[in-house]
Design a protein around this ligand. Structure first.
Ligand code: GTP
Ligand code: MG
Length: 357
């Protein structure tokens, strides 16, 4: 499963423009439609993997992927709760949310210019309210069962009460730590405030220096979040150009790298993800794991049989392999390591798993 990153934000904030910047290509948009939502899978750019591909010339080249989702929010209408609670079922499989903030300063239909920091706070609040609704509904149900003499849900009730208190204080469930047993008890609720967040300020062309974003940055950093600055329609346009023309435009606007690259890198950082590589004449491929994953579990990404029958991981870092250009040369220099079950896979490891079939 690729990483799923959902773009959410106020109506007209520029979610679709950001999505276009991520999924447009010179050959056209690279996305598909699911109900009212759009999904686009982006290959994670990785210069190390590209160099390994060039060295091995495999039949197949498979970079890691991130799937972005352009969420179509139903219009919020009085008495129906907040918009995210209506979307709860759909938002369930998100690994993370990117909050798209309208920071291009245009007036909305009510004639107000939206305040980026306020938008950010109100999105956080919406997520909290959506979780609160779930918690309260379940707590009510448990209370009713207690009244009818049905017992057995005390532990669930206790952990939900803890969640309720946290949400009551306006805080995300992400910041609570749970015992593994409690973690299991609440996992099926798929609470929105447990997902990680990043923030995209969608600015006008003349706002790319981010000068006007200090209040948003402060609000975000109070939650330990970073703000990425995009001019989404401009980036969507640039994404349709061939790479030479695109590079020229990016340079003119002083943008370091395309939105797609910056967002994917931020998502990796945010989710504490790393890549390891498997290589051979058939395929050169990247695999995404959480930092701290042990070798057998990393092997399980490739195939569950390899995890089960794991013997060892023949490992070399990407850098010496590219420099010396072969496993044999790395072995001669004692740079090829035989790692066991307790080995923690490092970012950029090139691994050949040995296993009992
Ligand atoms: N001036 C300016 N307009 C923008 C910018 N980004 C988006 N827009 C405009 O704002 C409007 C909304 O942008 P969308 O990308 O459709 O926003 P959205 O969040 O997907 O909107 P909904 O899906 O309708 O909620 C469009 O008319 C865009 O052209 C920007 O950076 N500058
Ligand atoms: Mg849209």
């Amino acid at each position: 499963m690729p990483l799923m990153l959902y773009l959410i934000g106020a109506p007209r904030a520029g979610k679709t423009a950001v999505f276009d910047a991520l999924t447009n290509t010179p050959q056209g948009p690279h996305c598909f439609v699911k109900g009212p939502h759009r999904l686009g899978t982006v290959k994670v750019p990785d210069a190390r993997l590209e160099a390994l591909r060039d060295l091995y010339n495999p039949k197949k080249y498979t970079p890691a992927e991130v799937t972005f989702v352009d969420v179509a929010l139903p219009p919020a209408s009085a008495g129906e709760g907040n918009s995210f609670s209506q979307l709860n079922a759909f938002l369930g499989d998100a690994d993370a949310f990117a909050l798209v903030i309208q920071a291009f300063g245009e007036m909305d239909y009510q004639g107000n210019t939206p305040d980026p920091a306020k938008q950010f706070e109100s999105l956080l609040l919406e997520l909290i309210v959506a979780d609160m609704e779930k918690v309260e509904k379940r707590l009510d149900k448990i209370d009713q069962e207690f009244k009818r003499g049905l017992k057995g849900n005390e532990a669930e009730r206790a952990v939900l009460a803890r969640c309720k208190q946290q949400l009551d204080e306006g805080k995300a469930l992400r910041d609570l730590t749970f015992e593994p047993e409690d973690e299991k008890r609440i996992s099926s609720f798929r609470f929105l405030t447990q997902r990680r967040l990043l923030v995209i300020a969608n600015v006008a062309e003349d706002g790319l220096n981010g000068a006007a974003l200090e209040p948003l940055r402060q609000a975000a950093s109070a939650h330990k979040l970073e703000v990425l600055v995009f001019c989404a329609p401009l980036e969507a346009e640039i994404a349709t150009l061939d790479s030479e023309a695109a590079a020229g435009f990016l340079k003119d606007y002083g943008i370091s790298e395309p939105a797609r690259v910056r967002l994917v890198q931020a998502a990796y950082r945010l989710l504490d993800l790393i890549s390891f590589f498997t290589i051979g004449p058939d395929e050169v491929r990247a695999w995404t794991i959480h930092r701290g994953t042990l070798a057998p579990q990393a092997a399980g990404k490739v195939h569950s049989d390899i995890e089960r029958g794991f013997i060892r991981a023949e490992t070399v870092a990407w850098e010496p392999l590219l420099r010396l250009k072969s496993h044999a040369a790395c072995r001669e220099q004692a740079l090829l390591r035989l790692e066991g079950k307790q080995y923690i896979v490092q970012d950029g490891d090139v691994i050949d798993f040995r296993f009992n079939a």
